[in-house]
Design a protein around this ligand. Sequence first.
Ligand code: ZN
Ligand code: ZN
Length: 454
Amino acid sequence: MIKCPNCGGELKYNVNDKVVKCDHCGSTFNPDEQIAKTKTAEENTGYQGKVYNCTQCGANLMTFDETAITFCSYCGSQAMLESKMIQQTNPDFIIPFTIDKDKCVKKFKDKVNKSVFVPNYMKSDLVVEKFRGIYIPYCIYKLGFKGVDKEKGEKYSHRSGDYQYYDQFSVEFNVDAKYEGFSYDLASKFYDKYSEAIPFNEEEKKPFNANYMLGYYADAKDVDSNIYLNLAIEEANADYKKRLLATKEASQYGCSTASIKFDNIDQKVGMFPLYFLAIRSKNQKNINYAVVNGQTGELVTELPVSYTKYLIGSLIMSVIIFLLINSFLVLTPHEVCFAAIIVAMIGMAINYVQAHALTKREKNGDDLGLQFINKGSTEKYKHPYFGFVIAVISMLIPVLILAMNPVHDYYYYGASAIALGLMLLNFYNIVKKHNELVSTKLPQLEKRGGDESA
Ligand SMILES: [Zn+2]
Ligand SMILES: [Zn+2]
């Protein structure tokens, strides 16, 4: 840990003045220069920090001053164990914070205040105060290939009797390809879907200097940087294929595939700045995340829906729609049944998509870093298709009545009423699933498993 050389006080990086400032005597220092003489040669190749371990989610967060970490930025737990000082090897790059916490908080508040159905607890100042600036390790890839790419092509030539003749070509392309800007976060607690949503401008990266981290937290990297290499290669090759097949030559000789084996692969690690906020739901079972890019100020968050607010909103909308329809059109009992079927089918579609997404996420199918950490986990997950079944039943009732074609109107109205009643139950289910999808289960509860899914 670096202290103020003038008074021994706490040093913090100041985003707005772009200097390192002493809390105590107010001295300022240029972060790009060495502030204090280092004692050992080791400190030139690494940085020191105090590690705090979260007993609930297992996150390892580091600090570089005397401020104790009192809650976990990833799960909001207050059970943080102070661990020892550790030495980390220096990454290659760092992107310093350029957005201060006030701007970050304002960005989040603007978003929440615009969202009508968001529950009130998300808007509390106490919650928003818990935004923390964290440096997250990212892996940065550069890929290159210079050489010959041999591809096969096929083109229709002519027809003779019952036979069609094709010409086959062997085509050689001289390629000089360079790919840059593939970066992936190496923190397993930080979901890929968020890191993908708020990309960094890597041109502003600087050679690593721990001075920029003073006053912030940092995540101690726990994911092997190699796991994203194949993904980077895949993405680069997909782009290469698209570009090559778009050339005149490729279409002239009927090429349909293209891929290269990158021979120049450069892999670097950088620390990237983020503001992180984990908000626990009222029942303490789920967490919603808000993440702000500390360089660009971009916000990514998925907000839950308050069922009460949603129901009131829907009722007001229904009354307006009913009055509008009623003023120029009278529905026959058959048409009412059809309308109920259409509503039920929309419900079925939404339920199916949600259930599918939930199942996929439960298997960590959407996060490579998490798969890496959780591999070997054999826990079974129950399919959340309950809502889908309800929607199917609410569709079948009016279908059945239409098929039976009874004489009395009240059969049709009755069937539609039951169907719509079931749909109301289903809407509750849809909101509940939405809230599950935009949040994450608290990690320790997840490990225990079973009991809370009932
Ligand atoms: Zn000082
Ligand atoms: Zn935690």
